[in-house]
Ligand binder design. Structure first.
Ligand SMILES: [Fe+2]
Length: 448
């Protein structure tokens, strides 16, 4: 005869196997940190599992949060946490066992199986904020716009203002709606969420994306500047919202303003965080496409990437692409080619999903950057023109992947293909008819 393990519940009524009150409090604090980016959830939970080694959710949470950094470096610690959670299967609830299985799927490269497992958990426990957050972040890394919206939509009716953390769920829904081009609904949900919790950087981000996609760059600048005291200080995600502010400056051709944000907010000091370095690469590259002198910033950024490439190369093609940008941008072509070689190797040997990402988009995108730097602009056009329609396969948001279109457009200009450049500006002008950047692209296209 089996007997059910003794359980407790979290603040949303979701069951966990029995744990000390202090561990349950640590879980709530870590969850807040996971959702809000104010502080590192794994620091909170590492202390909790030290005090209570059988705290199942502590191990599962730690493993999953480390995986979702999109970096290979923490994998040994991830394995340790997953194995610890698996060893507690006799005590764990069904949900905890499923969450542990999801983490193992993810770690072994089966991100979609992890997402399906979180969906099963959410079918039973639609208020499992941890599972929603894990699924949402993975959908982002997958470039899966539909599930960014619908994974949240499937559980949203089970939430309301009385449930702790409701605003975070609304904010995720807003971002998913934005990635599905449903801008009015996205904005309405984001504004509701910010009315509840104005410090939520992810919701600020969702609304920022709406303003970016609708080319409301003056409004976007005002919004981010005026709200930055809410979302920026001590926040682990602030660099990305600052990056978006720099994009608004770029759109109005205020290149000095964009560079100032790079120096002061996006990469203010050496960083080891791939997602932050990625934004640095993406910003400097956009400036380089406009012939802005970024001085030795590419070199400094390339040093930060180079310190990581031995470990990270070939793990996640979206990161590799941005490493190549920094290295090639700094003129360090041999090192950029080393990263490309790692992506090519990943396209043969990685688990199926990341193999696909490397093969379908990663190799061509990395090669295009190297070709651009070495002046083979026609090759860049050949590679990127078809790729734009399926580039979401290697992850990121529409705004992030716009770097491919901007590179294509500029390569068309530089290769003298005025007709194609003109058509690409026409496309851009539909969403961005009045921006100085569109005008600038138009002038460049006309000048050939
Ligand atoms: Fe973004």
């Amino acid at each position: 005869m089996t007997h059910n393990p003794q359980t407790v519940t979290d603040a949303r009524g979701v069951p966990m196997s029995w744990c000390a009150e202090s561990s349950r409090n640590a879980y709530e604090k870590a969850l807040y940190r996971f959702q809000s980016y104010f502080g590192d959830p794994t620091v909170t939970l590492s202390a909790a599992v030290e005090a209570e080694p059988d705290f199942v959710m502590g191990h599962v949470f730690n493993a999953s949060a480390m995986l979702l950094t999109s970096e290979r470096a923490p994998i040994p610690a991830v394995i340790e946490s997953i194995e610890k959670a698996e060893s507690l299967a006799g005590k764990a609830t069904w949900r905890e066992k499923a969450l542990t299985a999801a983490a193992r799927h993810w770690m072994e490269g089966r991100w979609r199986d992890a997402c399906a497992t979180w969906d099963r958990v959410l079918a039973e426990h639609p208020r499992d904020a941890f599972a929603i957050q894990c699924g949402h972040l993975t959908d982002f890394l997958l470039g899966d716009a539909v599930n960014l919206r619908d994974r949240v939509a499937r559980v949203l009716p089970h939430w309301d203002r009385q449930v702790p953390g409701y605003s975070y769920v609304l904010g995720m829904y807003a971002f998913g709606l934005e990635e599905c081009n449903q801008y009015a609904q996205a904005e309405a949900n984001a504004r509701t969420a910010l009315g509840i919790e104005r410090r939520d950087g992810w919701t600020v981000h969702a609304l920022t994306h709406v303003l970016e996609m609708q080319n409301r760059f003056d409004e976007g600048r005002e919004f981010l500047q005026s709200t930055s005291p809410d979302w920026a200080p001590d926040n682990g995600f602030a660099f990305h919202n600052w990056w978006h502010l720099a994009l608004f400056h770029l759109e109005s051709c205020d290149f000095d303003g964009a560079l100032r944000l790079y120096d002061e907010q996006v990469i203010p000091e050496p960083s080891e965080v791939s997602m932050q370095l990625l934004d640095g690469s993406a910003l400097l590259w956009r400036l380089r496409l406009q012939d802005v002198d970024v001085s030795d910033r590419f070199g400094t950024l390339a040093d930060m990437w180079a310190a990581k490439t031995d470990v990270e190369n070939g793990y996640y093609a979206f990161n590799d692409f941005h490493a190549v940008i920094a290295l090639a941008g700094a003129g360090r072509i041999a090192e950029a080619r080393d990263v490309l070689a790692a992506v090519q190797s990943a396209a043969r040997t990685n688990p199926a999903l990341t193999r696909m990402m490397a093969n379908d988009v990663g190799i061509g995108a990395c090669q295009a950057i190297i070709d651009f730097v070495e002046g083979r602009h026609e090759a860049v056009v050949d590679a990127l023109l078809p790729m734009r329609s399926y580039a979401n396969r290697f992850g990121g948001s529409h705004a992030q992947r716009d770097i491919l279109t901007q590179t294509l457009l500029e390569a068309a200009v530089r290769s003298g293909n005025r007709a194609l450049a003109g058509n690409l500006v026409n496309e851009r002008a539909v969403q961005r008819p009045h921006s100085p950047m569109t005008r600038r692209f138009r002038e460049r296209a006309n000048a050939g």
